[in-house]
Design a protein around this ligand. Structure first.
Ligand code: F6R
Length: 606
């Protein structure tokens, strides 16, 4: 969470670092900073808030130096102000850090005892002083090795040195880090997105590795300081460029891209000539799997919850779902006939990665559904199902959610067929329906104007609720999450049938309540639950699908009708108006839609 950039060049670097930091802002945006080496010393400039503030600082505009590091911060230790902003520097060393140093208090005590003076409240500053201390007795590689060994926790680091003006050190444990290669210059970045505008040649550091970046070459070392050879990967040209185009926000663009996301996913996994699903090289036989556990965080967890309904419907597998931050610390009963599926857009979420790692260490069957295929989760799972939805920049996940659901649905269908849990005819019928989905999503995206008007009522309310049953319940949770993270409005998702067991007490006159009631098996029951909230004064926004049957209920405040599809696919369509509701509500409030407060895109800390 926090973004890192480093450039070693023969041209001045501050402008390029600032531009790269702007690209990295989705990882953290409460403060930013830059340090370069010039005239034999480390110069550091930091600002609270966005990179724009840093850029306007006259000190940055006059910054020289052909080697430098930059950082955007998502605060963990210490307030988000300019003192706690990175880089943190001593006279000799300057450090940018992503992650958390768990033994920082102990290390600080030791370093204060040695006479080191601390300026900030951060855990990162101990790294600066520890390297400074170790450099008194060790050469550069050994001082880094010794420092990293003393650190507990997770980190990606970029480091420059007053006395070694020709190099940048990068180091990784837990948090991702990449090296990029350019003409007479080389780069360090916390992900390939930041480096893409400069190069398409990338190397990812593995856990425990560190590197020495010079202008003309890069050397990699394992945690023992032994040199390792690494592959240079070439990013596709499509991956190199991703911008907002004519859209006001990435989120708006990403919502509109969803028909394409679905089309691409379907194209990748559906074998039209054989009317089948291609899950190439699935490494296990179906009779080796009798249960499935799906694990993720936030929106990705909601797609796991959605998948539970599909897997139960289409297969006879036992299905469990888990929130990664809970799974990783529980006493799990690992079973060799369970398929563990890790769902993540970024593929770098620390909790999801730790859950995967735990399963790998217990020799389990691990599979991931990820968007970033070069990510740690993708690289370390035994089988990967890429989402293929392209770069997602908006912090609130939209197209990746739809992409995750698609892949999980496809997997459920395929396993259902392979296990003979569903008949071939049903499978073929469902494939046929699935092919129509992108077009149906495209049509549903047209319900714009009404949602813009409706969003004002949500903005005026103290709080809101999102209700659904069955297939619509995970979507209710996702709708509530989108509204709260973008508009900062209290929003809760509930199974509609649970309301009477407590939450109904929250309903008061005029409270906006979204009821998801498509015409599926749960329709009548959900409509009864809707009447219970209307009777208590709620302003109900009913979201259902188009049908010739009239809705038999009075006093519904507003109704939105999405397109019609088979029951399995309705969740995709119900998602669209909820994404738009959150978007317009935040737009009207004037909030920063692509970068909601306190959040970051890639959560690489626990
Ligand atoms: C919410 C959102 C987050 C992420 C969560 C997991 O809109 O985007 O809840 O879903 O942080 O991230 P990934 O999918 O990258 O593991």
């Amino acid at each position: 969470m926090c973004g890192i950039i480093g450039i070693n060049s023969n041209k001045p670097v501050s402008g390029t670092i600032i531009n790269s930091l702007k690209k990295l802002e989705y990882r953290g945006y409460d403060s930013a900073g830059i340090a370069t080496l010039s005239s034999g010393q480390i110069n550091e400039v930091k600002s609270e808030g966005r990179v724009d503030n840093l850029e306007k600082n006259s000190l940055v505009q006059n910054m020289n130096g052909t080697i430098g590091i930059g950082h955007v911060r998502w605060a963990t230790h210490g307030l988000p102000n300019s003192i706690n902003a990175h880089p943190h520097s001593s006279q000799n060393v300057s450090v940018v850090h992503n992650g958390i140093i768990e033994n920082s208090t102990l290390l600080k005590k030791f370093l204060v005892g040695k006479g080191h003076k601390f300026k900030s409240q951060t855990d990162t500053e101990v790294i600066v002083h520890l390297i400074t201390e170790n450099l008194k007795t060790e050469d550069i590689v050994n001082s880094i090795k010794k420092t990293l060994k003393a650190l507990h926790g997770s980190f990606a680091l970029g480091i420059i040195f007053k006395d070694h003006p020709d190099l940048i050190i990068g180091a990784r444990r837990g948090s991702p880090l990449a090296v990029g290669y350019g003409p007479n210059e080389n780069y360090l970045g916390s992900d390939s997105y930041a480096l893409k505008s400069m190069t398409n040649k990338i190397t990812y550091l593995n856990d425990g590795e560190f590197c020495v970046i010079k202008k003309d070459h890069v050397e990699f070392f394992d945690e023992e300081g032994v040199k390792v050879n690494k592959k240079v990967l070439e990013l596709s040209s499509e991956e190199k460029k991703y911008d907002k185009g004519d859209y006001k926000h990435f989120m708006a663009k990403e919502i509109e891209e969803q028909p394409t996301t679905l089309k691409n996913g379907i194209k990748e996994y559906l074998d039209n000539s054989n009317n089948d699903i291609n899950i190439y090289n699935f490494p296990w036989k179906v009779n080796e799997i009798s249960s499935i556990t799906l694990i993720g965080c936030g929106t990705a967890y909601h797609s796991c919850l959605m998948a539970k309904y599909w897997f139960e419907e289409l297969t006879s597998l036992d299905v469990n779902i888990d929130i990664a931050s809970e799974f990783r610390y529980r006493k799990n009963r690992f079973k060799s006939d369970t398929l563990y599926v890790f769902v993540s857009q970024s593929g770098e979420t620390a909790d999801t990665y730790a859950a995967l790692d735990l399963c790998n260490r217990n020799n389990m069957k691990t599979c991931s559904v990820v968007n970033v295929i070069e990510s740690s989760i993708a690289r370390d799972s035994k089988f990967v199902l890429p989402i293929h939805c392209g770069t997602e920049i908006g912090v609130a996940s939209t197209k990746a959610f739809v992409g995750q659901m698609l892949i999980l649905y496809i997997l459920a269908l395929k396993l259902g067929l392979m296990r003979k849990d569903i008949e071939k005819e049903i499978f073929l019928e469902k494939l046929k329906d699935l092919k129509k989905l992108p077009e149906l999503v495209k049509e549903t995206l047209l319900t714009d104007n009404k949602i813009q008007t409706i969003s004002s009522t949500f903005n005026e309310a103290k709080g809101s609720m999102f209700l659904g049953r069955g297939f619509s319940y995970p979507i209710a949770l996702e709708g509530a999450l989108k509204l709260k993270e973008l508009s900062y409005i209290h929003a809760e998702g509930y199974p509609a049938g649970e309301m009477k067991h407590g939450p109904l007490a929250l309903i008061e006159e005029g409270m906006p309540v979204v009821v998801l009631a498509p015409r599926d098996n749960y329709y009548k029951k959900t409509i009864s639950n809707m009447q219970e909230v209307i009777a208590r004064g709620a302003k109900v926004l009913l979201i259902t699908n188009k049908s010739k049957d009239e809705i038999v209920s009075e006093n519904i405040w507003e109704t939105i009708e999405v397109e019609t599809a088979n029951d399995d696919l309705l969740p995709f369509l119900l998602t669209i108006p909820l994404q738009k509701l959150a978007y317009y509500s935040a737009l009207k409030k004037g909030y920063d839609i692509d970068k909601p407060r306190n959040l970051a895109k890639s959560v690489t800390v626990e």
